[in-house]
Design a binder for this molecule. Structure first.
Ligand SMILES: Cc1cc2nc3c(=O)[nH]c(=O)nc-3n(C[C@H](O)[C@H](O)[C@H](O)COP(=O)(O)O)c2cc1C
Length: 361
């Protein structure tokens, strides 16, 4: 493995990614009519990454039911209008040669919140278009409304919602499905003992806390067939000393998820508890990804404060991850992948011809 490995192709099931520099999922909180439908903003936003040469774009957290949206302005994929809008976006992204993935999500106790730039914070009240949130247990996230604990039939219904959204994702043209099991949203809430105090088959032991995630993995794999890459994004730790979700449990559950039909793990951290000390620094989550890769023997991507071409290339060349995702760096510079290849001395045959003159002064 060398510096250039970042720009070598990777194949998972029937999808070939042209390189290993990928766009991390990033919510835009910009559905205009609060109907979960992607707009021209999403087309331009995602389109710029595609023309900028990335290997995969994962769309923002996209809810499998209206109640699973993080904010009223979040995207969803549970009706035909949403599906049609995603189909149009996928056509543009594919024309630019990138693979596309959708992050399917349910926000659980962190649903129905004001978008980040709103004057108000916390849970949107029902009088302003918010809704009652749900979770494994009736434990509120600090500063948010208390959720209602899900019944078993309700849990089974959400598994079904993921299955149906996965079908819509494939029909809309996505190459990859990623399940959002990170950042304190519903799947992570089931996994962590800090948010799951259930005493039934979905709480208690690691097997029980992992049941919901694994049920969704199996349902989605059963729906999409054998060709489609299925990713899971985990928070690999709650960053608490004891009694929380940690990298050992994540590694075990990643192995179970692989056996249940998942292919690839996008390793993030945090989001389920407040007041913890997170050692935020360049590349701070890379060792978590490397742990899953070496101890769990699963392919992974690393994400989190990886901002330069040299850092991304080194993460892959050192074998700590199979791919790198970046978030904010792509917001600063949507064509960062082209620039990174140029900096690393890798020539790409997919530089858009419309932009070829930028290669020369
Ligand atoms: C504007 C914004 C929106 C985000 N939305 C999501 C999301 O929808 N799903 C998710 O899993 N992570 C989300 N994240 C986290 C990113 O995917 C990424 O993990 C994080 O920003 C760290 O990577 P970075 O340092 O390269 O930005 C978001 C981050 C940003 C900056």
């Amino acid at each position: 493995m060398t510096t250039a490995t970042l720009f070598s192709p990777l194949t998972i099931r029937e999808t070939e990614f042209r390189n290993r520099l990928w766009v991390a999922p990033m919510c835009q909180y910009s559905a205009e009519k609060q109907d979960g439908v992607p707009t021209d903003w999403h087309l331009a936003h995602l389109g710029s990454f595609a023309s900028g040469g990335v290997g995969l774009i994962i769309t923002e957290a996209t809810a499998v039911t209206a109640a699973g949206r993080i904010s009223p302005q979040d995207l969803g994929l549970y009706n035909d209008e949403q599906q049609a809008a995603f189909t149009r976006i996928n056509a543009l992204l594919h024309e630019q040669g990138t693979a596309t993935g959708i992050q399917l999500a349910h926000a659980g106790r962190k649903a129905s919140t004001f978008r980040p730039w709103a004057d108000d914070k916390g849970t949107v009240p029902e009088s302003l278009g918010g809704w009652q949130t749900v979770a494994p247990s009736a434990i509120p996230f600090p500063g948010y409304a208390t959720p209602v604990a899900l019944t078993v039939p309700e849990i089974e219904q959400i598994v079904e919602d993921f299955r149906v959204a996965a079908r819509r994702s494939i029909d809309a043209g996505f190459d990859v499905i990623e399940l959002h099991a990170a950042h304190g949203y519903l799947m992570h809430e089931f996994l962590s003992p800090l948010s799951n105090e259930r005493t039934d088959a979905y709480g208690g032991s690691l097997e029980n806390r992992a049941r919901f995630v694994l049920d969704v993995v199996r349902a989605v794999r059963g729906e999409v067939g054998e060709g489609v890459p299925l990713f899971v994004r985990f928070s690999a730790t709650d960053w608490v000393e004891q009694g929380g979700w940690d990298v050992e449990q994540t590694t075990t559950v990643a192995g179970w998820a692989r056996d249940a039909g998942a292919d690839f793990f996008d390793v993030s951290s945090g989001g389920n508890v407040t007041g913890v000390k997170i050692p935020v620094a360049p590349l701070y989550q890379v060792e978590l990804a490397a742990h899953l890769r070496s101890e769990g023997n699963v392919p992974v991507s690393a994400v989190g404060l990886i901002t330069t071409a040299a850092e991304a290339a080194e993460v892959v060349a050192s074998g700590r991850a199979d791919a790198v995702m970046m978030g904010r760096q792509f917001l600063r510079d949507p064509h960062f992948a082209l620039r990174a290849a140029h900096e690393l001395g890798v020539s790409l045959d997919y530089w858009p011809p419309q932009y070829a003159r930028a290669l020369f002064r």
